[in-house]
Ligand binder design. Sequence first.
Ligand SMILES: Cc1ncc(COP(=O)(O)O)c(C=O)c1O
Length: 432
Amino acid sequence: MDSKLSSSHPNGLAFSDALMREVKSRFLQVDHDHHGRERLYFDNAGGSFRLKAAAERFAQVDAIPDNTERIHATAVELQQIQARGCADLRTILNATGGSVYASLTASGAMFDMVRAVAENVPGTNMVTTVLEHPSAFDAMSLYAQRLGRELRVAKSNPVTGGVDVDEIVRLVDKDTCLLNVIHASNISGAKLDMEAIVRRAREIKPDLYILVDAVQHAPHGLIDLQKTPVDGINLAPYKFFGCRGSGLSWMSDRAAVLPHHKLAGKKPDYWDLGSASPWQFAVLTEIVDYVCWLGSHFADAADRRELFVAGITHIELHERALLAALLDGTANAAGMRRMEGVNVFLDYEDLSKRDLILGIGFDRIDCTQAVVEYAKRGVTVYERVASSIYSKRMLESFGLTGTVRVSPLHCHSMADIEKFLRITREIARNAQ
Ligand SMILES: Cc1ncc(COP(=O)(O)O)c(C=O)c1O
């Protein structure tokens, strides 16, 4: 985000009531579940609210039986949908050139990208961080082991909840084959300083290959590959207001032509394997349309990237205001920082360095029990405990055994946060 705008709103900037109503009306199941039961869904890091337009477009486009690789008008229409979606992924990332890879999951794409670099780029070591999702971490371990490379793992910082730039950069040298870094942690919400990481790592090895997992960060903040030129980056539309069954990645020109699984007759930079699903691209376009629509309330621009930047910036500012309210409360509800019996973990002061996601714990009940207590009161949150493969390594790096992960979305209002705070206080009190 523009640093002036960010620093002038250290505690965020909530949407107006009118805009909040419009935002809510564009999403499915924001205040009620699919049975019409009232609920607060605060597990968006596990799968986000869907845009109505995305769900409708998914059904519309997937209902078309035509094969994209034909000469007919419908096939041409599908090709155009695909081309638009590819352009829109570049809009989200501020990318030029390169290849777009549509896969079934973000995890699958990450394994494929790691494999292509690891198998084809020389080097004696591979560098990653302890906070990676298993899709990046396990891919790095697997190929490091298979190819006889040393795997170097940067430690986390329990104060910021992230990984320090120095800690990553000190592991990189001229023999590093690949650096793989998560954009923001899906456990702590901490954003990594991608600009400094890319710049400083390439000062050590100018042609270093860098991959980034942006699954967590993409729906919450700005990505700008002009400032952070990496070789591969993935996102998951189902965590970004879209639909499941889709992972979308972008690769730089040089990474895209590395040998990879592909049909021999396709161009060297082509990554899709088998028949494309045009709905994946149509849904991405709906996501970008929505963020641009939001942006049009704040910026008077015709350029799609400019509108997207305005939209995602205000999503970030609204979410920062929600995070500040969760921590410090509002005029109507006490915040969790001072709530008796409640602990906020990895609670870094500077909210501009955090996505809207946080880990909490209770003095008198464990995380599993807390999740049940929330569910009884119509709130969906989830535990991230050390017995889960999805959180063990990260939690242990912070010296934690478990947290209740709270992940609302910009579709939530201050009133939703206040309701959550009152329920949290009730759970803490009842546990005494
Ligand atoms: C940070 C992060 N990276 C990658 C993934 C994997 O995404 P997918 O479920 O599409 O494979 C997830 C999903 O939980 C995630 O949170």
